[in-house]
Design a protein around this ligand. Structure first.
Ligand code: SAM
Length: 238
């Protein structure tokens, strides 16, 4: 029997489970405290029910959105098969393995050793030849002009210094090389799952400003899924 690859990051907690728990606690409080707090609790419960329903409907779509974000990233690279691609914040290897399957020489980098172990297992199970290395996306060990493309999926909101990630990505890109990064964006869909965590997601303006400061050109930001931004940019040719 073949084992299926596991792309979950098990040490990450989901807000999805917290919503129904809070809902049940408030429902119990509502029943106990009737009729005194009826008005206030009705408003809170109404909000939570709406939010929980959105979370239940949209949660499963996140998986499909991740796959579509991978397709959008690989489709935006416009480089030949066999080109070198560095995938930052590779986690369990979803995007890195997708890029290798698309014919690129992909290398994944992550700051978390456990994520790398899982990514290597996933690559082995999918019979894909990819290298995964320990490293910090804001201070990469590669020399200047090493890669034709640099990618990431859902890294930018997790990293402490996204500006440093853009600057070092530009450094390791070859002249004319492509940056393609998808990350979660603020919106109703992400709010229903992440709640106030969505304030960690970078706005279009912040992303544009950072890319300009990192000296990228041809900057485009699109919305390939209901959860993601896709940022594409190019390093200046020599
Ligand atoms: C939300 S996960 C996304 C993983 C994967 N790209 C995916 O979409 O499944 C973010 C990953 O970025 C990694 N990470 C956070 N900061 C980093 C940094 N400065 N350099 C490299 N990896 C980093 C985390 O360890 C985590 O595995």
């Amino acid at each position: 029997m073949t084992q299926k690859a596991d792309y979950s990051l098990k040490n990450k907690r989901s807000f999805g489970i917290i919503i129904p728990i809070v809902f049940l606690i408030l429902l119990a409080l509502f029943i106990i405290s009737l009729p005194r707090w009826t008005m206030v609790l009705t408003v809170i419960l109404g909000f939570l029910v709406a939010n929980a329903l959105l979370g239940i409907i949209l949660g499963p779509r996140m998986h499909r959105a991740k796959r579509n974000a991978c397709l959008a990233i690989s489709g935006s690279l416009h480089i030949n098969g066999g080109a070198t691609v560095l995938d930052l914040g590779s986690g369990p290897g979803v995007l890195t393995i997708h890029l290798a399957k698309a014919g690129f020489r992909a290398t994944g980098v992550d700051i978390d050793e456990k994520a790398l172990v899982q990514a290597r297992k996933n690559a082995q199970r999918e019979d894909v030849n990819v290298e995964f290395r320990l490293g910090d996306g804001s201070s990469l060990k590669w020399p200047d002009s090493s890669f034709e493309a640099v990618t990431s999926l859902n890294l930018l909101h997790e990293t402490r210094d996204p500006q440093a990630v853009f600057i070092d990505s530009c450094r390791v890109l070859k002249p004319g090389g492509t940056l393609a990064m998808a990350d979660l964006r603020r919106g109703l869909a992400t709010f229903s799952i992440f709640w106030l965590g969505l304030f960690k997601f970078l706005s279009r303006k912040a992303l544009r400003d950072m890319l300009h400061r990192a000296d990228f050109q041809e900057i485009h930001i699109s919305k390939p899924t209901m959860f993601h931004h896709l940022i594409t940019a190019r390093k200046k040719s020599a």
